[in-house]
Design a protein around this ligand. Structure first.
Ligand SMILES: [Zn+2]
Length: 135
């Protein structure tokens, strides 16, 4: 794990440990390095009204946007899982919004096993701005 990925791992692990997941018992942490060189993180936050819950990636992206940064250089997602998890479909779309084809998406478990993806690997046909054009 390189220095940047290790820093993201530590931040995502910290967020993972603060996750609020009393219903699923499945904590997730996410950490972002923006293209401006700033770090952000988030965890999943569930709710007794299940659809009100939010994903770790979603909350990390919200923290990035709230600070004024717009572009993800790397995002790391961590969960306690033998099979590495990848972002859910909605989060892939959220990541796509603030990514380039070079954005690194690192999926990890607590032991540090990792797999890296691009957004085009995870969401090859995601909704894009060109599809909003009507001409
Ligand atoms: Zn999600």
């Amino acid at each position: 794990m390189n220095t940047t990925t290790n820093k993201l791992f530590q931040l995502a692990l910290q967020a993972y440990n603060n996750a609020y997941a009393p219903y699923s018992q499945f904590s997730v942490g996410a950490a972002i390095l923006s293209t401006n060189g700033n770090y952000f993180y988030g965890c999943n936050v569930e709710n007794i009204s299940y659809p009100c819950g939010s994903c770790a990636e979603q909350n990390a992206i919200s923290a990035m946007i709230a600070s004024g940064d717009m572009n993800i250089a790397e995002i790391l997602i961590i969960a306690d899982s033998c099979e590495l998890i990848t972002p859910c479909g909605a989060c892939c779309q959220r990541i796509k919004e603030f990514s380039t084809p070079n954005t690194i998406i690192t999926c990890c478990n607590l032991q540090g096993t990792q797999q890296q993806y691009t957004i085009n690997q995870l969401l090859p046909n995601g909704f894009a701005l060109k599809e909003l054009k009507h001409d």
